[in-house]
Design a protein around this ligand. Sequence first.
Ligand SMILES: [Mg+2]
Length: 229
Amino acid sequence: MKRQHLIIDADDTLWENNIFFERAFEEFADFLDHRHLTREQVRDVLDSIEAVNAKIHGYGSKRFGRNLVETYHRLAQRPISDADLEQVVAFAEKILEHPIILLPEVEETLVHLAERHDLTLFTKGHPDEQQAKVDRSGLGRFFSHVGIVKEKEVGVYLRLGEERGFHFPHTWMIGNSPRSDVNPALRAGFNAVYIPHPRTWILEKEEVQPVETAQLLHLERFGELREWF
Ligand SMILES: [Mg+2]
């Protein structure tokens, strides 16, 4: 195979991410202890707040903390003290302290891919928070470029391709999110590899939409990339 440009997502593609947010939500729901709403209903309120705020403020654990606080203000059934709010923020802050848990076969697969292709790590979120994860993962050495952006949309992929001099037929976006990885990359003219993660964040989910002009692979595991590239 000719040398390809492989653009690889990070959260829930290379390492666990959303499970820590889910864990923080569980702690929050216990603390809120709502008398009438189910956990799912509390989750729905948080999701709707997140959907609005993500468009304005982006992603990351700090933003998640503020969304939890907003949810708490909306749903709390007791007088709200400063100590309560600090506790709510602390649930989100703990996300930053988790050690990086690489997904299975990631490291050996990156060794294989980096020997044969040009790798770009491409992630969205808070720049410092995402860079800290890259640093802590020890995976930075496999990538010729790390891009951290606010949102992964069609135009952002086009700009990345232009800036990095990627030729579209030889460029692939690899990731777990239909909304941020697969669909916008396909619409930008890149090929795509969809590797679903069972605990993908609800706001990243949508139908995968193949296009006629680009190739789309659907793999079960990151390690399968070695059979294709
Ligand atoms: Mg992801």
